[in-house]
Design a protein around this ligand. Structure first.
Ligand SMILES: NC(=O)c1ccc[n+]([C@@H]2O[C@H](COP(=O)([O-])OP(=O)(O)OC[C@H]3O[C@@H](n4cnc5c(N)ncnc54)[C@H](OP(=O)(O)O)[C@@H]3O)[C@@H](O)[C@H]2O)c1
Length: 242
């Protein structure tokens, strides 16, 4: 059977780029998006590739949405937990709603979805992969990022613990942790903020969506056959030192 990769948050940004690279490798795709208006764009992009794909539209905060995917899809060889919100509020301004949504999408949805599909992998004896998209902010703190850091540190912890539990089945679990990555043209307008960020990156450049997607794909290949429970940082050296 053809390899089948499930990607959350595949409607835009890094998730969409990851979908493209797996499609270019002739894998089948299961994509989750939140907004149905992203469907058309994905369908147009996928015309360039020889791959079969299915799109599920829904909010990952809703666990019934995830369970519905589990009922319809039986065969998945790679799970990529990419979807996340962002939040740049000062600690005391963060609302309970902000907190719940951040934890839900990064941790609860990630956990529940991974559990559903890993159980299927184990049953079918698939030596598959789980790749979680973390962040350099899963390694270090930052101003105004309390809940984002909290969630992304959790993603790194989940990655390591699952690697321990699933190693005996040959299922590898890793994370890819980017620094600032430009995903929207509109971001480039705020050049003052971007220049401040760039100054903290020894390589003096942001990560690109293509770089992140290629690292994710690499982790699912035989070349990465001994890599599990770790995180590949794509941070241009930001966290290497002061
Ligand atoms: N870009 C960066 O600088 C950067 C740096 C470090 C780490 N990361 C991580 O990389 C991953 C992708 O980020 P990105 O920059 O590509 O972000 P993005 O452009 O904001 O995309 C995030 C995706 O997640 C989806 N999503 C968010 N909450 C959801 C929910 N409750 N239910 C369903 N889908 C949901 C979004 O759907 P909608 O389109 O409907 O909003 C979107 O497709 C994230 O895990 C992020 O934390 C990004």
């Amino acid at each position: 059977m053809k390899k089948t990769t499930l990607i959350t948050g595949a409607g835009r940004g890094i998730g969409l780029e990851i979908a493209k690279i797996f499609a270019s490798k002739n894998e089948n795709l299961i994509l989750t998006i939140r907004k149905s208006n992203q469907k058309k764009n994905i369908q147009n992009i996928m015309k360039n590739y020889n791959c079969r794909f299915k799109i599920f539209v829904g909010d990952l905060n809703n666990l019934n949405f995830i369970k519905k995917i589990g009922k319809q899809i039986d065969y998945v060889t790679t799970i990529i937990n990419n979807a996340s919100g962002e939040n740049q509020k000062y600690f005391t301004d963060v609302t309970e709603k902000d907190l719940t949504e951040m934890i839900n999408v990064n941790l609860i949805a990630n956990f529940v979805l991974t559990k559903i599909f890993v159980k299927k992998m184990i049953k079918k004896k698939i030596k598959g992969n789980v790749v979680n998209i973390g962040s350099q902010l899963g390694k270090i703190g930052a101003y105004n990022r309390s809940i984002y850091c909290m969630a992304k540190f959790g993603v790194e912890g989940l990655t390591k613990a699952l690697a321990m539990d699933l190693g005996k089945y040959g299922i590898r679990v890793n994370s890819v942790s980017p620094t600032k990555t430009i995903v929207k043209k509109s971001e480039i307008k705020n050049s003052k903020r971007l220049n401040l960020i760039k100054k903290k990156i020894p390589l003096g450049k942001f990560s690109t969506t293509e770089e992140i997607a290629k690292i994710v794909y690499f982790l699912t290949t035989n070349s990465a056959g001994s890599i599990t429970g770790t995180s590949i940082m794509s941070d241009g050296g930001w966290t290497a030192g002061k």
